[in-house]
Ligand binder design. Structure first.
Ligand code: DHB
Ligand code: FE
Length: 280
């Protein structure tokens, strides 16, 4: 049977991808950030899964404003890194896991969550930057990836609670897949940041610290926080944090916190990162 062994959260700032690709990770601005992910890369080498179920948001790259699915699942066998304006990142093509993706689609849709099935899609920094942070710069990504884009760009995004319940449905789906696979679920984006308007550059360390604690200890309660609180406290792009609840819902109620990292700022954003493990 397939099983979810661990959950990872991480910010996905595009400038991090550029710093890696341009060899700037040792520059004084970037070094403290990348040092924080050394632990993660080491943990990942020892805990490489067969599949990463990667919850992220597309930033008007694969989806334009013409069609915006709330939840989508990538069922293709590969996904090409997108050109976001400076050419595609020089990272490997992302290999999918169509068998598991179709199984999750069938199970979750029949479990009353409507997903958009995507058979062709380019993937932007929302997906490739987390892969780079966790795996470094390999020739090929060391596992399969199921991309799971969530709309947090065009109002209205899904609620934290909807995401949390969806995570539980994804867990039921993965638990019922008959191939023996080690699966990790990643919830990416966040933490506090606002990219536009008079409050651009907003960071809220107190909010972020409480969010870390509460998503581990009382996710069900935290999931009920309304959107306006994210926008007020964590900035307009802080709403990306609702995606962490899909990861959390798919994990056990009680989890082990393996690692926590927080760094301010990278570009305009508070970088937040967690590694959680299910107890055996
Ligand atoms: C930045 C952060 C994001 O989440 C994003 O999608 C784009 C840019 C930033 O901080 O620069
Ligand atoms: Fe973003």
């Amino acid at each position: 049977m397939a099983r979810i062994t661990a959950g990872v959260t991480t910010s996905h700032i595009p400038a991090i991808g550029a710093a890696i690709d341009l060899g700037k990770t040792k520059d004084p601005y970037w070094a403290p950030l990348f040092e924080g992910y050394e632990v993660s890369k080491k943990w990942m080498k020892e805990n490489t899964p067969d599949v990463v179920f990667l919850v992220y948001n597309d930033h008007a790259t694969a989806f334009s404003l013409e069609i915006v699915p709330t939840f989508a699942i990538g069922c293709a066998s590969e996904f090409t890194p997108a050109d976001e304006g400076w050419g595609p990142r020089p990272v490997p093509v992302v290999k999918g896991q169509p068998d598991l993706a179709w199984h999750v689609a069938q199970s979750v849709i029949q479990d009353d969550f409507d997903l958009t099935i995507v058979n062709k899609m380019d993937v932007d920094h929302g997906l490739t930057v987390p892969l780079s942070l966790m795996f470094g710069q390999p020739e090929e990504w060391p596992c399969k990836v199921i991309p799971f884009p969530v709309n947090v760009v065009l109002y209205p995004p899904p609620s934290g609670n909807r995401c949390y319940q969806l995570g539980k449905a994804i867990r039921r789906a993965i638990d019922s897949f008959d191939q023996d696979l080690n699966v990790q679920i990643w919830g990416t984006g966040g933490m506090s940041h606002q990219l536009q308007g008079p409050r651009a550059g907003l960071i809220n360390k107190e909010f972020d610290a409480a969010f870390f604690d509460r998503i581990i200890a009382e996710p069900e309660k935290l999931a009920k926080m309304p959107h306006v609180d994210y926008v007020r406290e964590a900035g307009s792009e802080g709403i990306e944090l609702v995606m962490w609840f899909i990861m959390r819902g798919a994990m056990d109620d009680d989890v082990d916190e393996v690692y926590r990292f927080y760094h301010v700022p990278a570009s305009n954003t508070a970088v937040g990162h967690l590694i959680l493990e299910n107890r055996e």
